[in-house]
Design a protein around this ligand. Structure first.
Ligand SMILES: [Zn+2]
Ligand SMILES: [Zn+2]
Length: 556
């Protein structure tokens, strides 16, 4: 009975299950017999960062939940690659300023290996989505617009421009408070309103002003800042697109979108969703999708890396240090209205520990029902679980090993074998990809001052100052090492040395006095081995160094 209650409560609070159910029901009501559609929209105008990934993960989790229940669900990724280049992002060559105003798909590729600026920024996201098990149907707005897919909708919008203008006008007065201003609205408004913005036939930019549109013939005329006068030309033959606040609802109707979330900045009163919801029914004979806002995604500890790579971290950056299921988990475990913080600093180790603890609980059947459901979603999409590290050693341990060995693979294998003495790891592939993540983390996010530098030669000054008690402790360690040479054994021995010195058994319970003695003893070892007061866990450090090197440094 208590168990049933728990399940019921979990289901009510489970936004993924609840939204998936709504998508199925609403999809069937609106478009009977059709596969329901969840939508994401991404502008490939620059690096697609981790905040943008939420735009994909929220609909993914919902669409995936529908599929998990055995029903089809379409998740479209609408690439806004026909949007104008608004500005040259920081870190990009200034000569691209010449392309401001042209569609992202017409701006040259900054690296020379892609078809265009847009493709340059799409590719890394595609690779990350694939690794995350996020299946999408990509739709290029360039292809849709230039292929004529929206011609009927464009003509409708142009003929109904006065009605659109009236709807927009009701919100324009509130624009001072609009955190999501449409750049198209910001133009000085003179003359008639037109919701279609041509890309100039001569210069390719959208510095254009529509001067006439014939509702009967659908011929359009425009001028451009470059001096060109064009038209009257049938609008079907004119490059251009609907302004954003009209474009979005047009696509809801065109694609039969049943669910589309957006960032909180798009969802306030007067923002594009509110306006779009009116326009979709009034102009495009459709319905606004089910919608809610998702909150921000922040990061900690990524500043160092960001400045060297230019901008906020991307999904690819996160996947370099987190196994794919962990990235899914970081998004799946928060409700949309909760913000997410992705750690790139020392917190990474704690995130892995939490995940490992959850994995063990699930395997033992001890996890709470809600946590179990989230774990399943994190582990992979409906098609099946994503690859995991066969032997998931603690991330912090692997990071220490990577740090101490400076990445030397033979040394790493030797240490990892010692770490798993009961059932030794045969091949480093058994601890991958987690080992690669740990190595990347040490390389990219641990500052040189925090790395471990093992001393080249013994600290003669400190060794000369040793007290009798210190000398005794070091001797106990050296004598005990061979018999205790494993992670568990060395842990027992290291904590046990101050106990043995006081005539206590090695398993004696800790006391405040013992703890103080242990602290001093560990500092002594860190000073002698790495010249600092703290460092990686000492058992790991000793295993990494090997008995001969430890002896050489502590004076034996
Ligand atoms: Zn490129
Ligand atoms: Zn022009």
């Amino acid at each position: 009975m208590a168990m049933e209650m728990e399940v019921a409560v979990a289901a009510a609070e489970d936004w993924v299950a609840r939204t998936a159910e709504q998508v199925r029901a609403e999809g069937e009501r609106r478009y009977p017999g059709e596969t329901p559609t969840c939508a994401s929209g991404i502008s490939p105008s620059g690096r697609v960062h981790l905040g943008n990934l939420r735009e994909l993960m929220v609909p993914h989790l919902v669409a995936d939940e529908v599929r998990r229940e055995g029903a089809p669900c379409r998740h479209i990724l609408s690439w806004d690659d026909y949007d104008r280049l608004r500005r040259v992002p920081a870190g990009m060559p200034e000569e691209f300023a010449e392309h401001v105003g042209r569609p992202l798909s017409s701006v040259p590729d900054p690296c020379g290996q892609h078809e265009s600026w847009a493709e340059h920024f799409k590719e890394p996201l595609r690779v990350s989505l694939d690794r995350l098990g996020v299946q999408v149907t990509e739709i290029s707005q360039t292809e849709m617009y230039t292929g004529g897919a929206y011609t009927a909708e464009i003509v409708t919008a142009m003929r109904r421009r006065a009605d659109i203008d009236a709807v927009l006008g009701r919100y324009r007065t509130k624009r001072a408070a609009d955190p999501d201003p449409d750049p198209d609205d910001d133009e000085p408004r003179s003359g008639a309103y037109y919701p279609f913005r041509p890309y100039c036939a001569a210069c390719g930019r959208d510095d254009t002003t529509v001067t006439a549109f014939d509702d009967e013939t659908t011929e359009i005329s425009y001028t451009c800042a470059c001096g060109v006068r064009e038209g009257p030309t049938p609008i079907a033959q004119v490059a251009g697109k609907l302004v954003w606040k009209v474009d979005w609802p047009m696509r809801w109707a065109y694609e039969h979108v049943t669910f589309e979330p957006a960032g909180v900045d798009h969802s306030t009163p007067g923002s594009s969703f509110t306006v779009g919801a009116e326009l979709v029914s009034e102009i495009f004979d459709g319905e606004a999708p089910l919608h809610f806002a998702y909150s921000f995604v922040g990061t900690t500890g990524s500043a160092k890396m960001s400045s060297s790579r230019g901008g906020a971290p991307t999904p690819a950056d996160a996947l370099e240090i987190f196994e794919a299921p962990l990235v899914r988990w970081l998004y799946a475990r928060r409700r949309p209205e909760q913000s997410i913080t992705l750690a790139f600093d020392a917190e990474v180790g704690r995130v892995y520990d939490e995940w490992d603890a959850l994995s063990r609980k699930v395997a033992e059947g001890a996890a709470e029902p809600a946590a179990r459901v989230i774990f399943a979603r994190a582990s992979g999409p409906a098609e099946g679980p994503l690859p995991v590290t066969p032997r998931p050693l603690p991330f912090r341990t692997l990071a220490s090993v990577a740090d101490i060995t400076a990445g030397d693979q033979a040394q790493i294998l030797r240490i990892v074998r010692d770490l798993t003495a009961d059932d030794p790891v045969a091949d480093l592939d058994e601890v991958r990809p987690r080992l690669d993540c740990a190595q990347a983390w040490v390389r990219e996010y641990v500052g040189p001052e925090d790395r471990t530098q093992v001393r080249d030669h013994p600290d003669a000054d400190r060794l000369a100052e040793l007290t009798d008690e210190e000398r005794g402790a070091l001797k106990l360690l050296m004598d005990g090492m061979p018999a205790y040479w494993s992670l568990g054994g060395l842990t027992t021995l290291l904590y046990g040395v101050p106990k043995l010195q006081r005539g206590l058994p090695i398993s004696a319970p800790p006391t405040p006095e013992l703890k103080a003695a242990q602290r001093d003893w560990f500092i002594l070892l860190y000073r002698l081995l790495i010249g600092k007061d703290t460092g990686p866990r000492l058992p790991t450090l000793l295993l990494a160094l090997g008995q001969d090197r430890v002896r050489a440094l502590i004076g034996g």
